[in-house]
Design a protein around this ligand. Structure first.
Ligand SMILES: CC(C)(COP(=O)(O)OP(=O)(O)OC[C@H]1O[C@@H](n2cnc3c(N)ncnc32)[C@H](O)[C@@H]1OP(=O)(O)O)[C@@H](O)C(=O)NCCC(=O)NCCS
Length: 177
């Protein structure tokens, strides 16, 4: 995976009904550590990282790269939306395409925040990379993620085995002008 490369970054913060999508800042560091160390968040992502290691290795301003949005609710980070170029993807249908990922703190699940944030990020992407489809890979057992992918308009390309589990590869066609 690579970042989005040649795009004006960061964009102006994106405001939705309840959220702001913005570039990471130093004040988000503790939440990044919490997010990456959380077993629930990483139940379908190969397991969490050790909190000690994260405390040692996380930079002062984490995850500051083109395509990495912090999702902010009332001034506090609740999750991250990741838009990356899927270089080196094992599936030809996804190779080189823009890939959507999302990680939210468990206390922010079940309120539609991930859907609201991802829809806004995809709208921004459609302006920055017009005409490009977006892919998404998630474990098919990750039912919350599968529901979110469907709500965002991703449809199944294929299922495949990797990392010891069945993976679902979805694609979202670009909006027609
Ligand atoms: C995947 C993940 C982001 C989904 O979070 P989520 O909160 O379930 O997703 P949404 O934002 O779409 O919210 C939908 C839920 O909010 C509820 N909801 C409440 N108020 C809502 C509102 N105003 N608008 C929309 N949905 C609302 C919906 O009914 C739905 O609940 P349900 O799942 O019980 O039916 C979250 O589980 C997560 O961070 N998991 C760990 C990371 C991960 O596995 N990522 C996938 C790999 S890319």
């Amino acid at each position: 995976m690579e970042d989005l490369g040649s795009v004006v970054w960061p964009p102006e913060p994106i405001r939705t009904e309840r959220l702001v999508l913005r570039a990471p800042e130093g004040r988000d560091r503790a939440v990044f550590v919490e997010l990456l160390a959380c077993p629930q968040v990483h139940a379908y992502l190969g397991g969490p990282r050790s909190r000690d290691e994260l405390e040692r290795e996380t930079p002062e301003v984490p995850e500051r790269w083109p395509g990495s949005f912090v999702v902010d609710l009332d001034g506090v980070m609740i999750g991250q939306v990741l838009l990356r170029r899927a270089t080196g993807h094992s599936r030809p249908a996804a190779e080189g395409r823009i890939d959507l990922g999302y990680l939210f703190l468990p206390r922010a699940w079940g309120s539609g925040y991930a859907g609201e944030a991802c829809a806004a990020a995809l709208d921004w992407l459609a302006g920055a990379f017009p005409g490009e489809p977006v892919v998404l890979t998630t474990q098919s057992a990750n039912t919350a993620s599968m529901r979110l992918a469907a709500r965002l308009g991703f449809t199944e390309v294929e299922r495949f085995e990797a990392w010891g589990a069945e993976q679902w590869l979805g694609m979202r066609a670009p909006a027609t002008p």
